[in-house]
Design a protein around this ligand. Structure first.
Ligand SMILES: C[S@@+](CC[C@H](N)C(=O)[O-])C[C@H]1O[C@@H](n2cnc3c(N)ncnc32)[C@H](O)[C@@H]1O
Length: 266
């Protein structure tokens, strides 16, 4: 059975994912990439990072896969509109990829392992499909490490509710700190770990991130999961939504999300 995905694909979720680029989400991988390489992007979502990777490795091929048929159909429509020829999308499963052994120079997964109940099994599958000498690149946030200013009380409530909803749905919101351990457990001979952050503090970034979470708290699968699991009630979700708007409106607003990263080989 497929794992549940905490956030779902509500517009407020995709609004956040669509801002992702190879530069802001895969900088640790970029020095490894060369024109002509082949890339499998696992759990590609709306595919903005896949699109950048395709430009970087062209004429090499990028295959972007996701478990959600809906999200794949939208990404494919964007690809056609942009006229990108070395990128393809497909529905596929991170645990059982429809790729031959050793098929890809690079296997990449951004913000995916945190949502899986068996991240080490997925990494073993990535190891199966990467070519000898190729690299598996994974990056995940660590929600437990998120810090912010000012201390809006509703955001403490958000973190508690979010961590419980993520754990109650599927996966581990503190994935970032565990990527190195998971890659070692998956049997890679070489595991290089690093870290990077997202910092949201400009008026534009606060409006985008805070606004998206204000909506996600009320309208997305995240909200449905919170209510279904009995983690919090509608009044709490409304407080959380209002807290994000308050944070976004504060000129002192600042929020940092730490990420773990791994480049694994062998
Ligand atoms: C947080 S999104 C990340 C999307 C994209 N990588 C990005 O960073 O913008 C996680 C994605 O993983 C997908 N996903 C979850 N479980 C999966 C699985 N077992 N196989 C493939 N994709 C999966 C979800 O459908 C979702 O689109």
């Amino acid at each position: 059975m497929a794992d549940d995905y905490t956030h779902g694909h509500h517009e407020s979720v995709l609004r956040v994912h669509r801002q992702r680029t190879a530069g802001n989400s895969a900088a640790y991988l970029l020095p490894e990439l060369r024109p002509g390489m082949t890339v499998l992007d696992v759990g590609a979502g709306p595919g903005t990072i896949s699109t950048d990777l395709a430009a970087i490795v062209a004429p090499g091929r990028v295959r972007a896969i996701d478990a959600s048929a809906d999200v794949v159909a939208h990404a494919e429509a964007d690809r056609v509109a942009l006229g990108i020829e070395n990128l393809s999308y497909a529905v596929d499963d991170a645990y059982a990829l429809s790729s031959e052994d050793g098929a890809w120079d690079v296997v990449h997964a951004h913000q995916v392992l945190q949502h899986l109940t068996r991240p080490v099994d997925a990494l073993r599958e990535f190891r199966r499909v990467v070519a000898p000498g190729g690299v598996v690149a994974v990056r995940d946030v660590d929600y437990e490490g998120t810090i912010w200013w000012p201390r809006v009380p509703g955001l403490d409530e958000w973190r508690e509710v979010y961590l419980a909803a993520h754990r109650g749905t599927s996966g581990d919101p503190a994935a970032g700190r565990q990527l190195k351990a998971w890659a070692r457990a998956a049997g890679f001979a070489e595991v290089r770990s690093s870290a990077s952050i997202w910092l949201f503090e400009s008026a534009e970034a606060r409006a985008w991130w805070g606004g998206a979470w204000a909506d996600r708290a009320l309208h997305s699968s995240f909200a449905d999961n919170v209510l279904r699991l009995g983690i919090a009630d509608r009044a709490a979700l409304e407080r959380i939504s209002e807290a994000w708007r308050e944070w976004a409106a504060s000129e002192d607003g600042w929020l940092l999300m730490p990420h773990g990263e791994v480049l694994a080989r062998g």
